[in-house]
Design a protein around this ligand. Structure first.
Ligand SMILES: [Zn+2]
Length: 243
């Protein structure tokens, strides 16, 4: 059932779901709606009272998420702009040269990414070209960083995966198949390092438990004590992790 809530004048899209596996009422504040999941036996009245009892909390979280969404700065790909990679802020240095090809150099010590564009490039193509070359570089970087981490962490956890592939997906950060193939979304390279570590631990933990059961989270927790902070970070900031 899809409808909306009105909490102190703020209209919030609302959805109710019954789930035979849920034992109690639960609430989830998403980016586009608030969802209540109820056990099958829950009455309309119980659900209404539950929502009413939690309305201050719902409103506060809804407003916070909406504000965060509005604050996503649009990238301009201009000289001097900052890009966060592995949690480190790097400055884009964009310059024109008389060479015909584009080039990107990562200046590690100076924390800069230098991008050289051909002089003759039309203004309207400049942003797209910069985005393109940055994307290629970030994917290479992601492949290298993820691979290294997968090897280190899998050894620590005593698991072995079969293959690793870099993916580009809108909403999925990673996955692990029953055959032991791990996919990771390159966009996570734009997240802080602890979030990347969490994701890698999460996918490798699936080699021990192919589900999200309490035993699965126990394994994750052994190697990543602040996993809930990282999960939350991804939920809230995932949309920013893009070029
Ligand atoms: Zn999972």
């Amino acid at each position: 059932m899809a409808t909306s809530l009105n909490i102190q004048g703020t209209v919030i899209p609302y959805e109710e779901r019954k789930n035979s596996r849920s034992k109690r009422l639960s609430l989830r504040i998403g980016r586009d709606k608030v969802r209540v999941t109820a056990p099958c036996k829950a009455t309309k009245r119980e659900i209404r009272e539950f929502v009413e009892a939690n309305q201050d909390w719902i409103l506060a979280h809804w407003v916070k998420i909406q504000e965060e969404l509005l604050n996503i700065p649009k990238r301009q790909y201009q000289d001097g702009e900052a890009l966060s990679v592995l949690g480190q802020s790097l400055e884009l240095k964009i310059m024109k040269t008389n060479q015909k090809t584009m080039r990107l150099r990562y200046l590690k010590e100076e924390k800069k990414i230098e991008i050289r564009l051909p002089e003759g490039i039309a203004l309207e193509n400049q942003n797209e070209a910069t985005r393109e070359i940055l994307g290629q570089w970030l994917k290479r970087k992601a492949r290298e960083v993820f691979q290294t981490k997968l090897d280190q962490v899998s050894a620590q956890m005593g698991v072995s995966y079969k293959a690793f592939r870099l993916k580009e997906q809108k909403t999925r950060w990673g996955s692990c198949s029953s055959k032991g193939n791990i996919n990771l979304n390159w966009r996570v390279i734009l997240a802080p390092e602890q979030v990347i570590d969490y994701l890698i631990i999460h996918e490798l933990a699936h080699l021990k438990h192919m589900n999200h059961s309490p035993s699965f989270w126990d394994v994750v927790g052994q190697y990543c004590s602040d996993y809930d902070v990282c999960r939350h970070w991804l939920k809230v900031n995932g949309d920013r992790l893009t070029l």
